[in-house]
Design a protein around this ligand. Sequence first.
Ligand SMILES: [Zn+2]
Length: 400
Amino acid sequence: VCNSKEIVEFFDLGDQPLANSLPETANAVEKKYPLSLSWCPVCNLVQLNHTIDPSELFSNYVWVTATSMVAREHARAFCEKALQRKALGKGEYALEIASNDGTFLKPFIERGVDVLGVDPAANIVEMAVADGVPTECGFFGESVAQKVIDTKGKAGIVFARNVMPHVANLHDFVKGMSMCLADDGLLAIEIHYADIICRELHYDSIYHEHLCYFTLKSAETLLKHYGLYVFDIEKSPISGGSVVLYAGKTNSAPSAVLQQYHAKEQESGINSFEVWKQFAEDSFRHKETLLDLLKNYEGHAQIAAYGASARSSTLLNFCNIGHKSIFAVADQNPLKQGRYTAGTNIPILHPDEVLSKNPDCILILAWNFADEIIQILKTKYHYCGTVIIPLPNMPRVQNI
Ligand SMILES: [Zn+2]
């Protein structure tokens, strides 16, 4: 964000495979890359030390937004809130950056609003277009922004959900957003909030795709550089601890909620090195606790897991939990079924197949969807056993 070279390393999670490259065979030897975090004493940004080539990460993506029912509901709510803040009339449109399969643009289309998506994953762009969501394939930045402006003009609403933390060339990206946004337009940026990551110990959200971990302070520092001013902030229910920043091109008065967030950041010390050092220590303590819990079952009981999300990859690799302790991971995404978890070799299967083996214990790796998953386990599978919800904070055991 500030181009300082004085960043300080504070948390090494070891060499890890790419979280979203799920191997197709059981004993594939995955390429591993360093996974460690640094803190910047100038802008206080927390960031990864090692950047993977984006084309290696995002060109053939297996995560499809619409797989989650909660995501579809969230999309409708997100759209309504955005349109309440900025109604779009004839000739105006909403632009989504990293629009994935178009789940978040569909509610706009249903309300008769013109839309455009941009996404780098060719396979998913194809799906979106086939599904009636106009989508450009490309890595968003200044050059894609120019192309968008040339064909469609500036957008009344620009939104980017959980994408800014993934971007290697942040300056090019934010400049592109600023270019595409109409002078009276609304910018909505969803980020996984570093304060929640730190406070609730979401160390599993650290993986190679997440290059930056923004606080309000570090995000505002970046946006201001391109004439974008945050005026409001809101909790987002989707990713177990994300916030939506609302910004525009005029420096309007900060909302009361935004002022509270500023005050809270001051108070919690989230922009300080000491707090992040503590986060690293607590993460290692969490690992020990989770391993102790699993030891209670190993050898005499069947342990399964639920949700082969990207974040589960960090948790499994960091804690060194593999196919010797967990026999399978249930996942509803057909693109993931039949594959194996990266670096830990656990087969990923349809939930029907995993539940048919009557596991005694289920580790809910997609813990941000824990309520939805427990509901499925109870109503669809009449599951009767133990679930472990590893996060937030220390692991919790629940009998259902
Ligand atoms: Zn900095």
